[in-house]
Design a protein around this ligand. Sequence first.
Ligand SMILES: *Cc1c(COP(=O)(O)O)cnc(C)c1O
Length: 253
Amino acid sequence: MDNAATQLIRERCDEVRRRIAQACVRAGRAPEEVRLLPVTKTVAAERLREAFAAGLSEFGENKIQEADAKAERLADLPVIWSIIGHLQTNKAKQVARFAREFQALDSLRLAEALERRLQSTGRGLDVLVQVNTSDEASKFGLAPEAVADFLRALPAYSALRVRGLMTLAVFDPDTVRVRACFRRLRALRDRLRDMAPPAIVLDELSMGMSGDFEIAVEEGATVVRVGQAIFGPRPLPDSHYWPDAGGGAADQR
Ligand SMILES: *Cc1c(COP(=O)(O)O)cnc(C)c1O
């Protein structure tokens, strides 16, 4: 029944899951602790149908306009959408309309905008707080030192179900530096877990992409965001898809 494209996606997913499982063994973890979020930015809606046929039903998108357009094209399928990229306040309405999860919360203004839109639609949103663990000016996310105060303010937004933290590691071939970013996020989560208000649950650590998800799993990731290892290389360098990130470093992916 599967066409060749569906078969290929299935094989690549199996391979990613196998590598996740191996990383889990190395870290003494259970593979069920790690959720694989397929990242579908730049992948056409029709290929997402093939991915759905391969058993994927949850897709991560970096840009809200692209996600919105695909959600409309795939409205007949029970797809779960996760927005994983920086969001401008004026786009909160779109997220509130169809996303299940938002992984890049980094300002109270945005929390406020999302809350207002969610309240008016009667929906809730799973939320991860994005943390800048590489200290690069080009990266979005809160400075680690700012996260504690930020979390204390979040219970005011009752439609946001805070689940954990998200980060992008430094883009560097030196895995020691990459691993340091993941360790930093985990240490922060462990420290904040005890002081966080009761409504704030810090179970999730979203970290790791195609190039570094095994390191992330070894360091405690509960969500890995994997695009190219499943859907193949993107035609343009990442600086094209992350124009706000300021080019350069992102191209190394
Ligand atoms: C694109 C993207 C990913 C996935 O990157 P791949 O190299 O395709 O695995 C993960 N996280 C974010 C925030 C992204 O924008």
